[in-house]
Structure formats: C-alpha cells, structure tokens
Design a protein around this ligand. Structure first.
Ligand code: KG4
Ligand code: ZN
Length: 344
C-alpha cells in the first residue's frame, strides 16, 4: 500500500469549452495543462457540438503534455504506470463534452486496470482553494461564481459541503457575459467588461440591487434594467455605448460585485465563519478580488483566492478532488454516467 503522499492521480476536465489534464501527487499539483477553444468566438457563445469535437482533438495531446510536465518518470512511456487512479468531471456540464472526458478516463482506467473517480465540477471549484500552501481551515465559506453557477458553500471537509445560498435564475458569469453582449462585446465578455471597467468610473451609473430573501441571488432583474437603460440612452444618443463604455462597464461590474459580496458578508455574519474563499471563473474579476480583500479587512476575515490558473476551468481542481475521494475510497465503476445538471 502506497503512503498518501505518493498517491498519484490523473485528473481530466472537459465540462464546457476547456480541455484540461493535471497530475496530482499526495495532494500537490505537479502539472496543469489547459487547452482553450477559440472556435466558439465567432458564434458569440459555446456551441456544444463544436465543443465536443474540439475536446476529441485536444484530449490526447493535453493528457500527454500533463504527464510529461509532471515528470513522473525519466522514461515518458512509464509515466502512466505511476498513476493510481483517474479522476474525471462527471457533472455538471455539456453532455457531449463530459462524455469525451469520461470515455477517455474510462478507457485509460480499463487499460491500466486502475480505479476511476467521478468528480462534481462545483465541489472541485471550492477545493481549488486547497491547492496553495496557504489554505483555509475547515469549516470555511466559499463564494463559487462561474458561467453556470453562483453559490455560497459551507465547506466542513473535502467531502462535506452544504449550499447556503444560490442563484434563482442567471449565474454571475452569465450576468457579465450577457451585459457584455448588450454592449456589443465579443464572447466571452466577462473578462472584457473587467478590462474596460478598470478605466471607468463605477459611480457614474446606478443599477438596482435585487431584494432576494436569505442568501440566494438573482441577476435576471439586473439584466433587464441594463437592457432598458441602454435602450433609453441610445434613443437619446446613438453613440452612447461607444462614448461611455468604461463607465458603463465599471458601473455594471460594481453592482454585480456588491450583490455577491453583500450576501457573502451576511453568510459570514450568520455562521460566524471567518475563513472565506472565492472560486470559479468570475473570481478572476479584478473588481471582485479587490472588493473581497477590502471586505476581508473590514470584517477581520482570512481571505483566500486560488491562483489565476485555478480560478477558471482546470483539471488541477479535478485531480485534487479526485485525490481526496480516492483516499475516502469514493470510487465509480465503468458504468458511471455523466449528467448535465447534478445536485450535490
Ligand atoms: O468557472 P468557469 O471558467 O466556467 C464555468 O464553469 O462556467 O467560468 C466562466 C465564467 C464566464 O462567464 C466568464 O465570462 C467569467 O467566468 N469570467 C469573468 C472573468 N474571467 C472569467 N467574469 C468577469 N471578469 C473576469 N475577469
Ligand atoms: Zn467551472
């Protein structure tokens, strides 16, 4: 029986439009390779069928690169023999994309006669906060904000998590991307809103904060108010967006960030937990990072944000979650399916 610090997991992530592979040994990340898919840009959003095809093209070179970068053996041919289990994203995500990663993982596991671990993508986003040496202590709170989810999670251990609040309609990433689309920016618009917002005045325009009970979120009302605001301003001056883009972006970003952080503050006050993290693609947003650190100072939190490459979709978080699940003997067999939506 290998010691825990020698247990080596190959992780595969293919839930949306990033193909990624990572090697994790003893809970430490040895490699994390990510291939982005530029094919979707001209369609203004991820096209599921094109995403699956791109995963098929990418997966072998990406896994190969992750194994080589991990330097598991002097002889690259022997690298796979050093792996104890394969972890793959089982849910949620695009079915075709998930199938490519899961079928690949199953084939490798079958040929090497090693176990498989099915990983929930949102659990993995939360556990990305355990990759760095400086980590939160259990129990901690995590605001997970991605293109498909917005959740406040109470994390008691790597395997015990409770959702305290979540969006009742759009996710925070969607709010960024849909706002960007209304402004005529290309997909994915979130990072572009962030870029323009850095040069803008966030106090110039005011958008309403939704009054949603408890720790749940809603972004659909904000989306509608942005749409009406832009329509009205454009009817007065057609070039309104071009003339004011940085200020519009900064004002939209400010509202999305305050919606997120006000709920996170309430969650900390209610639970008394002061180790607080953010995770998911939107945690790459500079306004959210700055506002989060400032709130942390105001409320005496220990704040944690994963390194940039572990915020957006990546296989390192899948490999690490796979490591914890393997240690708990929480395995799946070759009949394991994938699902687009999954409760946890
Ligand atoms: O976690 P992620 O990579 O994929 C999902 O699981 O959805 O998150 C992608 C989302 C997209 O909506 C993207 O626009 C948003 O994260 N995003 C950002 C930034 N970087 C990524 N949103 C705002 N500012 C950013 N800098
Ligand atoms: Zn994600």
């Amino acid at each position: 029986m290998l010691k825990p610090d020698k247990i080596t997991i190959l992780g595969i992530e293919s839930s949306c439009d990033e193909t990624s592979a990572s090697v994790c040994r003893g809970g430490r990340i040895l490699s994390n390779i990510i291939a982005n898919q530029s094919v979707h840009e001209k369609y203004g959003g991820v096209v599921p069928e094109l995403a699956s095809r791109a995963h098929i093209q990418n997966i072998v070179p990406v896994v190969d690169a992750a194994l080589q970068a991990a330097k598991l053996s002097n002889n690259p041919q022997d690298s796979l023999k050093k792996i104890q289990a394969i972890a793959f994203t089982q849910a949620p995500g695009l079915i075709g994309s998930l199938l490519v990663g899961s079928q690949f993982a199953k084939s490798v596991a079958l040929s090497l006669k090693i176990p498989l671990v099915g990983v929930h993508h949102m659990q993995a986003h939360v556990l990305a906060n355990l990759i760095d040496d400086r980590r939160p202590s259990f129990p901690f709170l995590c605001l997970t904000v991605s293109g498909g989810h917005t959740q406040i999670v109470l994390c008691e251990s790597p395997s015990v998590m409770k959702i305290l609040g979540e969006t009742i309609d759009d996710a925070a990433g969607e709010a960024f991307d849909k706002s960007a689309k209304m402004l005529g920016l290309p997909y994915p618009g979130g990072p572009l809103v962030d870029k323009y917002a850095r040069q803008g005045n966030s106090k110039r325009f005011t958008f309403p904060e939704p009054q949603i009970p408890g720790l749940n979120f809603s972004f659909s009302g904000l989306k509608t108010s942005i749409l009406y605001f832009l329509q009205e301003q454009k009817s007065k001056k057609q070039s309104f967006i071009q003339d004011n883009l940085p200020d519009i972006c900064a004002s939209i970003q400010e509202r999305i960030v305050t919606i997120l952080l006000n709920k996170l503050r309430n969650a900390s006050v209610q639970t008394g937990i002061k180790d607080v993290c953010i995770a998911g693609g939107v945690s790459a947003n500079s306004g959210l990072r700055k506002g989060f650190e400032q709130m942390g100072k105001n409320y005496n939190w220990n704040t944690f944000i994963p390194a940039f490459e572990y915020c957006t979709d990546n296989a390192a978080m899948i490999a690490l979650t796979g490591y914890y699940k393997y240690m708990d003997n929480d395995l799946v067999d070759l009949s394991a399916g994938v699902t687009a939506r999954a409760e946890w």
